[in-house]
Design a protein. Sequence first.
Length: 227
Amino acid sequence: MSARLEHAARFAERLRRRVHRAERERAYDGVERRRLKRQILSGAGDDIDVEIIAAVCSLAANDIIDAANKWYWRANRERLDVEALRDSMLFVAGTLEPKIGGESEELTAGCRRRTVYGRVSRFKLNETLQLFDFPSPSTTSEKRDVTHVPLQRLFFLNGELVAKQSAALADRIEKEGGGSIEFAYSLLFQRKPTDEERRLNLEFLRDGGWKQLAQVLLSSNEFLFVD
């Protein structure tokens, strides 16, 4: 989060407290919400982007009104499906084969092609596809079930595919990014690490190495889920 957005978030937190107080007084309505937002924005100062503050304040208010997202004011958090997850690992590791078209291939740990080109058998589904809720090709499915089971976490801990891509990712970070934590976070999460994350990663690197850290980053919820 940028410094400007952090500053805006602090104003949003003030909004949260004021809205809670207004709710307790049974005075919270559309007019009150707009009045509170104007109060926040009027004290923002010239160095803050008013549009950013307005957006953050709006999110804060929405979170108070509909924390469960019953009315779909935001996208729900979702896990990547198995195709996107596998392709993303290969992409950030720099091993994804860009070739388009051609015959299907078995999705072994050494296969570098996009998952859409993987061979799907009706009689024996690929174990990785099956583990992450790929529907059975022998029956019809209106949608995919989404499960969260221990075997999925063991896949990131012991899986051959994850091990190979972790090694490739570590090599890429060291060669292209000079072993920079900022480069790794930019590549995997499209953001800069916080000071606390930087400190923890440096401590981890002192005891382990980039291969182990790359595996940790690939196994993280931030890589696995889309907010």
